[in-house]
Design a protein. Structure first.
Length: 128
């Protein structure tokens, strides 16, 4: 079974999300949108889109989206079959959260790594 196929997103928590978003926009040229991040479109060497994006986002450190982790970041990994991977991780003794979410954006599950970081597993919708 193929496990991780790429990075779907990188999410940060910040004490002052607006100020940090502005810093990245000004100094690194990241096109931060009003929702707090941007979507980097995957392209080939000539700049032609090739069917994927990576989300980059900064949000408030007051939310609980990363719980039970206390880390200031979370990485979202693209996977081909999130349910099969969750089953394999459970068999391997990993700390898999008992929740799988399905939406128009795909199927999501979470595992906690040995350092306590919440890792998001994402199976994109068919065709993405």
């Amino acid at each position: 079974m193929k496990r991780v196929t790429g990075i779907g997103g990188i999410f940060f928590k910040a004490r002052d999300a607006a100020a940090l978003q502005a810093w990245y926009k000004r100094h690194l040229g990241i096109d931060v949108q009003p929702w707090g991040g941007t979507a980097f479109t995957w392209t080939d060497a000539s700049g032609t889109p090739v069917g994927g994006t990576t989300i980059w986002s900064i949000g408030s450190d007051q939310g609980d989206a990363f719980a039970p982790s206390t880390s200031s970041f979370m990485i979202n990994y693209r996977v081909e079959d999130v349910r099969a991977l969750v089953d394999a991780l459970k068999v391997e003794g990993c700390n898999v959260l008992d929740k799988i979410d399905e939406s128009d954006y795909g199927t999501f599950a979470w595992v906690i790594d040995p350092e306590g970081n919440k890792v998001e597993l994402w199976q994109p919708p068919a065709g993405q």
